[in-house]
Design a protein around this ligand. Structure first.
Ligand code: TXA
Ligand code: MG
Length: 360
């Protein structure tokens, strides 16, 4: 049976999907970040279907989606002081907050952790679905584990057609990268995964408060590293956000993330493509618009300093490589500032540790 794509702006379709959630089933729905694969967050069996449908590791917890700040009270043990400040500043939006969980949350939602990740998405269809359903919705990104997150309904269809009854189509995701995961369960807020809300935005709201960045989300830049080639870093650290340890966002062909100034990374990639046989070669590249080589294997993803456009385009661009007859991909990594840090994080993850770092 084929999965049916439904127009998310029709109320009857929202109701149809809410009924699926009520009966313990799964539906895919749009958020402003990426498409989610939702289930009733309070139903352990429904939640277990998310893990089998995605092929997701059971030690990787899910984000629970709510439609108002008030709904958070019953999901958490207590709300830390900074919760209201952050929720009022960034919700609805691309910030997920990790807090101590309450007893009503099934263990598989949090992968056995004593904390729960909660977010209020901004997309009107996501809010309408949660409200029509009446309960919180657990939802990871709607891709099979390891693939780029879906930013269009057709991405979800191509990935999991036949496994769920409906996909709510709410158009292209505006942000295009996942939410920022911020742990506020301890004394110092800590970014576990960079995302749509930036470090500077969080800092500007928390003012004098320190904000930590977990080591798995730290910068790898040409300022912090010498010129070098790293093949598959052996990653000895243990990331606090369990999802950050897996190879992720990856097209089929291996990617090499090329880090440095746009001029240098463009030159490096151009050498790779030209050295591997001109127009007939099977080397591909992901490049900034103004640096792009005119070559059939080159895909562009926005201007070098336009991070919001790069974010909106990144996962669709990575998916395009799967339709090409190629054996390797080189990607220009944006500067690690503002939303550029999130995009760099995703490309470096997609590269699974294959990096070329070019000193400034
Ligand atoms: O934008 C988003 O966040 C999208 C949309 C659908 O909301 N969702 C999403 O979910 O990206 P997912 O499952 O692909 O990523 C959730 C991330 C993972 O890295 C997971 O390990 C982390 O959040 N996470 C969830 N609960 C956590 C917890 N209690 N403690 C630490 N990390 C947690
Ligand atoms: Mg995901």
């Amino acid at each position: 049976m084929d999965t049916i794509i439904l127009n998310a702006s029709e109320l009857k379709n929202i109701k149809l999907c809410a009924d699926v959630l009520k009966s313990g089933g799964l539906v895919a729905f749009p958020t402003e970040t990426v498409y989610g694969l939702g289930a009733n967050a309070l139903d352990e069996i429904a939640v277990s279907r998310i893990f089998t449908t995605k092929g997701r590791q059971e030690d990787n917890p899910l984000i629970v989606h709510v439609a108002s700040i008030d709904e958070v009270g019953s999901l958490v043990d207590s709300t830390p002081e900074v919760f209201l400040t952050l929720a009022k500043a960034f919700w609805p939006g691309a910030l997920t907050l990790v807090m101590k969980k309450s007893k009503i949350i099934p263990d598989n939602v949090t992968a056995g952790l004593n904390t729960i990740a909660v977010r209020m998405p901004k997309h009107p269809a996501a809010l309408a679905l949660i409200r029509a359903f009446g309960f919180p919705v657990a939802a990871p990104s709607a891709n099979p584990s390891g693939k780029p997150s879906p930013t269009k309904a057709i991405h979800v269809f191509n990935d999991i057609n036949g496994k769920i009854p409906y996909i709510l189509d709410g158009g292209d995701c505006e942000v295009g990268v996942e939410s920022t995961v911020l742990d506020i369960s301890g004394n110092t807020p800590r970014i576990l995964r960079p995302g749509g809300v930036t470090y500077n935005e969080i800092k500007s709201v928390l003012r004098d408060m320190e904000v930590e960045i977990a080591s798995s989300s730290m910068k790898i830049t040409s300022e912090t590293h010498e010129t070098c080639i790293i093949n598959k870093s052996n990653g000895t650290e243990s990331p606090k956000s369990p999802g950050m340890k897996y190879r992720h966002y990856a097209p089929k062909a291996p990617i090499t993330a090329v880090i440095g100034s746009p001029d240098k990374t463009a030159k490096h990639i151009s050498d790779q493509i030209n050295n591997s046989g001109g127009k007939d070669n099977r080397t591909a590249a992901l490049m900034f618009d103004e640096y792009a080589l005119s070559h059939p294997n080159v895909i562009t993803f926005g201007k070098s300093d336009e991070y919001a456009s790069q974010a909106a385009r990144l996962f669709d661009a990575l998916r395009e490589f799967d339709n090409m007859d190629i054996t390797s991909i080189y990607a220009q990594v944006p500067q690690e500032e503002d939303l550029g840090s999130t995009i760099a994080n995703r490309i470096i993850k997609a590269a699974g540790g294959n990096l070329v770092i070019l000193k400034m």
